[in-house]
Every structure is written in C-alpha cells, then in structure tokens.
Design a protein around this ligand. Structure first.
Ligand code: ADP
Length: 668
C-alpha cells in the first residue's frame, strides 16, 4: 500500500485547520494552499508549509485543479484531502489526481461521478435495496411523456435536474396546468448551470425531515455506519443546526436505516467517509416505510462533529488512515451511541434580509472560557481581525455541544452561545439562540420548513426596552468621557441623543443628577440607572434595585468613521450608533477626491448620471438606500464621470468603489 508522505489540504477555513491539526497528530507533514485573500488565515499558519495560488475567486484558487496538482508535484505532496465543498465531489479533479498517481482522501472518481448524477445515484441505490422517493428517473425526456408520468405519480411533484446541486434546477409543479412551464424552467436552469438539461420527477413531500446516516468504508471491504443525524433545520436548503442522534427515532428505524446504508455502500464498493441522506415523509408521523434515499455525499460533511461527539470517534483520523490503506479502526459492534450532540453554524449573514451573506471585519471575537464549558467546543478558522470576503462561504464557526441527553445538550449549547461575543459583522447568532429557545425545537418537532415557517418569530430580535436604554447609556457615557469637567459645571438638565438600533431611530433623553446616576427617557418610558460604572468593554449599574452588567464593544467604521457599539446581552447581540446625518456628510468629504465610495451596505439608485457627464462638487450623483433611509452620495469635486462601476439598483458593499471622476481640464 502507498503511504501518505505529505498531505496537501485543498481547502480553507475551519475544515482545513482541523485536517492540518489531525495530520500533525499522525505525524503527517502538511501543505496548505491559500488564495490572496487568505494570506493571514489560521490554516496557513498551522500548516508546515503554505503555498499561495494567486487570485481570490475559488475557480482561480481552491478549485484550480491544475495548480493544485502542480503544487503537489513541486513540493512532493503525495496525497490530497479535499475537505468538503470546493473540489471534494468533483469527479474530473479526482480523475486528474488518480492519473497523477496521487492519493485522494475519499472514494474513487467513478463513485463520485455516479453519485453526482441524481438519476444514476437513484438507480444504483434502488438496485442496492434502498427505498427511493416514488418517481421517474429514466432516460426518456419527452415532455408529454414526463407530464403523463407526473400525473401517474400524483401532484405535487418535484422536478429535479439530474446534474443539479445546491437547490438549482429544481421546481415544484402543483398540477397538470403548471407542469410544462415548471419543467422548462428547471431544464433551462440546468442547461445554463450544469450543461445538462435532463430532469427527473419525484413525488413532492411537503412535510419532511432530513435524516442522514454516516458511513465509513475501508479498502478491505469493511463497511460500518456511525448512526444517524437530523439536519432538518435549514434555510435556503442549507443546514444551520444539526444533531446526533436524530430525535424521535425508535431502535427499529435506527437499525433499519443503518443496515440499508451499509448494504448500499457495500453494493457500490464504497471507500472512505460518506453520508447517505434520506427524506422522511412525516405527514402521519415518522414511518419506516416512508423514508426515502435522497442523495449520497461522497465526502466528510460539515456536521460530522456531532457524530464524533456521540460515538467518541475522530473521523478525520479515520479518513487519513483509510486513505493510507489501514483497516477501519472499529467494527460495527464496537461503536455505540453515547449521549446527544448538537451543532450550530455561525454564519456572517443578515437573517432579516433573507439570509444575505455579509462581508466585513471581525472586530471582536470573544469565545467563552473553555473551562466553564467542558461539554462544548468550537471549530473555526476565523479569528479577530479577519475579513469575511464575498469570495467564500460565510460560515465563521461551528459550535458543538454534548450532553447526556438532548435537553442537556441544548442547554450546554445555549449557555455557550449566550457568552459568545462577535462584533463588526452581522451574524445569525441571535437566530441560533432563538432556535435553541424555541418550544417546538425543544420538543424536537422538526421539519425542513421549520425555519421558513417560523421566520417571523425567529427574527423578532428587537432588544428589550431596558437594553435600549442601557445601550443609550453606554453611548452617552462614551461620548462625554473626556468632558467630565464641562459636564459637572455646565450640565444641562436634558441631553437628547438619537440612536439607530435595528433600522429604527430612537430618540433618547438623558437626565443627569450626578455622574453616577442617570435617567434615560424614551417612548414615554423612564429608566433610572444608579451607580453607573463603565470601562471600555463593560457597564455595571443598578436598575430597579437589580444589578445590570452588560458587555459591549465599539469600533469605528472604516469608511464613514461612525462609531458602532455592539451590545452583548444574554438574549441577543445588537448594534447601536448615534444617528447624526452630519457625521455622514462630514465623512463623505474626506473620501478620496477621485472616487465615490459606498459608505455602507445598501442599494444604489442613480440620479441621471452617465459616463462623460460634467459634474459639480456637491451635486447628488447617487442615492444609497440603507437602514430604511436614503443617503445622498455627492460629488467630491468638479469633474467628468470617467467610469461608473455599479448598476442602477445594485447592492453595494461598504467601501465599494461606485464611480470614478477625471479632471475637467476646462474647469478653472
Ligand atoms: P441539491 O443536490 O440541489 O441540494 P437535494 O436532492 O439534495 O438537492 O435536495 C435538497 C433539499 O430539497 C432537501 O434537503 C430537501 O429539503 C428538499 N427536497 C429534496 N427532494 C424532495 C422531495 N421529493 N420532496 C420535498 N422536498 C425535497
């Protein structure tokens, strides 16, 4: 058997870090690759060697097959671990790895190709004895035939592009009337995205759970399963909270799913880590006869740590050992379930805006004291000061908890998340906490539409009024920090401040009796804070006789110069800033004289501008719609519009160059 001599890790972020750390423990030298954006990343500093692949886009860097193979040759790495995503399920890449006599940590290219085709995968798995969703996955693509087939299956049906993935090339057809247009849409989308217009048809399951089985196979014909996971909590068909084992499954269903998965893996002579995903029709409760094969992922999954936690295994080690020709470390009867584990994925995304990914600096990232949370751990490749770019998946970290039972695991995870602090970028942290507090989640009433159907409740995260007052107090105290003398001598009876919190403007009035005792009035509410003590990151005060202690972080926005305060409370994390249109206008003047930059994220609207137009200083060129308000982007000097870099109606990120001016030579 060939031995892994040096391992190239063809990935980034947390999974690259975990693979590198694991390889180190096994005394395997590691070689990281990195794009231009990732030069300061943790995975780069962890690896024994790190080689830059120039560029930012994944196609130029982490998915640049030829560059990766060439690096292997030049730096004498004889094995590649692809992690998940990126090239992990790319059959053409794996073929190239095989042709170059390198070890691929995963199955062979033929299996990857077969499992990547939905029709082929369904046929193979059906032949291997797995139940598949009722439907048609044959070669005939005649439209009328497919329509008749859909009628026979019974509406609603789901049309899936055979080459599809990531939810693309998928359409629901409700009835005979809409079938043909849905088919055309799915097929066109598939042709554009996957160069293959063929589709399959499935019965659409409106109320479903996503249950999957972790399997492992070695080169010697041994195959085992490591039980089940539930991944029903999804948004945009992407998982956010996963758990092992899957709740509310009896022993009969559990061993049935495990057994058929092992049988299927054996039938296709599988090798390495794999996941068989099932969809369970739960309209009438979980029923063994209504669980169907959905797809097989031929790689390690993001959510594998929950399986590790409940089976006391180290699956990356297993992957490396199997790729090295070793036998599976455990037989089926040597693995058992121990307790419960839940994983929450922390993403840089704005839940309130349809989960749109966010970019920006992580100004503050404070993890809870690990000693206080022995049953939780975090897997991350991100640190304070990193920039979340638009080029890669916006996942910041995975937080995994363990407990003797599900409730304990939920409680442990909740306690950890309550203490986790992140600022500078909008994340889904509040949503994760809300999910863990949700009654139906606690009772394990899970289905794949859970997040979508409860989105209003899950995104209601306006802070408590006392926390708004407290945020105001923090900002007020920071504003007057260096003006104590002035304040003690000339203290006005009232001091008004406008704050923006969650797109809403609050008008607060501060009434000062002594430096330590402040009253905050807003919306007809009065909060009397006593014994106020504040430092750079905490405020301690008494409200209604009770101690209030809140942590906060403040940073100055790069382009605007606005000071943003992030307030961390147990219930939620929120940002507050002084609303002062003057600050905005002042900062516009300081931005480079040749460019108009976007001062924050927002939607751009043009004001009669075009290339070559003569413009004057102060003239409004564009409007930026953000935080439900419109800001005017004015011309920094007289000149001619040389280039417009955005389209009317486009979303612009903070700091994005919107327009370039050139000198008007006729202008005095
Ligand atoms: P992709 O490869 O594009 O991710 P999948 O076949 O894995 O597509 O399905 C993605 C998601 O779509 C599943 O997790 C599930 O929520 C939903 N889904 C798939 N098939 C069905 C079906 N027959 N009925 C209802 N929902 C489905």
């Amino acid at each position: 058997m060939r031995k892994i001599k040096k391992l190239l890790v063809a990935n980034r972020g947390e999974i690259a870090c975990k693979i590198i750390k694991t390889a180190k423990k096994l005394n395997i030298p590691t070689l990281a690759i990195y794009s231009d954006e990732d030069i300061n990343s943790i995975h780069v500093s962890l690896a024994d060697e790190a080689i830059n692949i120039p560029g930012s886009n994944v196609s130029d860097t982490y998915m640049n097959s030829m560059a990766i193979i060439n690096i292997c040759k030049k730096y004498k790495a004889n094995a590649i671990h692809p992690g998940y995503g990126l090239l992990s399920e790319n059959a053409a890449f794996v073929e190239l790895v095989e042709k170059n006599n390198l070890i691929f940590v995963g199955p062979n290219s033929e299996i990857i190709r077969n499992m990547g085709q939905k029709d082929k995968a369904k046929s193979l798995m059906e032949n291997a004895g797995l139940p598949v969703v009722p439907g048609y996955h044959g070669a005939k693509q005649d439209k009328d035939f497919l329509k008749q087939t859909a009628s026979n299956i019974g509406y609603p049906v789901l049309i899936k592009a055979v080459a599809g993935g990531g939810g693309r090339g998928m359409r629901i057809a409700e009835d005979n009337k809409t079938f043909l247009s849905a088919l055309t849409e799915a097929s066109n989308e598939a042709k554009t995205n996957f160069q293959d217009k063929n589709c399959l048809i499935e019965k659409y399951i409106p109320l479903a759970r996503h249950i999957e089985i972790q399997i492992f196979a070695d080169k010697h014909g041994n195959v085992i399963h490591l039980f089940d996971r539930d991944c029903s909590l999804q948004r945009r068909q992407q998982k956010i909270i996963e758990e092992a084992p899957a709740p509310k499954i009896d022993d009969e269903i559990r061993s049935f799913l495990g057994d058929i998965s092992v049988k299927a893996a054996k039938a296709i002579q599988y090798e390495g880590a794999g996941t068989i995903e099932f969809i369970a029709d739960i309209k009438n409760g979980l029923d063994k006869n209504k669980i169907y094969f959905m797809e097989m992922n031929t790689r390690i999954q993001v959510e594998h740590p929950v399986t590790e936690a409940v089976t006391s295994t180290d699956l990356i080690t297993w992957q490396l050992q199997i790729a090295d020709g070793k036998k599976l470390p455990k037989l089926q009867d040597e693995v058992s379930l121990n307790g419960w584990s839940i994983e929450a994925r922390l993403y840089a995304e704005d839940v309130s805006k349809d989960f749109i990914p966010q970019t920006g600096f992580i100004n503050h990232f404070n993890l809870p004291n690990q000693l206080k949370h022995p049953n939780c751990f975090i897997e991350t490749g991100t640190k304070k000061g990193d920039y979340i770019t638009p080029y890669y998946d916006p996942m910041i970290a995975k937080i995994i908890s363990h407990g003797t039972n599900r409730n304990e695991s939920i409680r442990n995870l909740k306690r950890y998340l309550d203490e986790l602090e992140i600022a500078g970028i909008i994340t889904n942290l509040n949503l994760l906490k809300k999910l863990l507090n949700n009654k139906n989640f606690k009772e394990a009433n899970l289905d794949t539409k859970f997040v979508e159907n409860n989105i209003k409740k899950l995104t209601e995260d306006s802070p408590q009024t006392s926390h708004i007052a407290l945020a105001g107090l923090i900002i007020f105290k920071n504003l007057i920090k260096n003006e104590n003398n002035y304040w003690s001598m000339w203290r006005p009876s009232q001091y008004p401040i406008k704050l923006i919190i969650n797109n809403t403007i609050f008008s607060l009035n501060f009434i000062y009796s002594t430096l330590d005792n402040v009253e905050v009035h807003f919306n007809d509410l009065k909060f009397k804070f006593y014994s106020v003590k504040i430092d750079d990151s905490h405020i301690l005060t008494k409200l209604n006789g009770k101690d209030e202690k809140v942590t906060y972080n403040s940073f100055t926005e790069k382009n605007l110069g606005n000071q943003i305060f992030t307030i961390f409370t147990k219930e939620n994390t929120f940002e507050a800033q002084v609303f002062n249109s003057m600050i905005f206008e002042e900062n516009q003047k300081e931005v480079s004289q040749d460019n108009v930059l976007s001062p924050m994220h927002g939607v751009i609207k043009f004001k009669n501008i075009k290339k070559g137009l003569h413009v004057k200083k102060g003239e409004v060129l564009m409007l930026l719609e953000a935080m439900k308000m419109e800001y005017s982007l004015t011309c920094p000097r007289n000149g001619i519009i040389e280039e417009i870099h955005v389209k009317d109606g486009q979303q612009a990120g903070e700091g994005m160059e919107l327009l370039t001016l050139k000198k008007d030579l006729n202008d005095g």
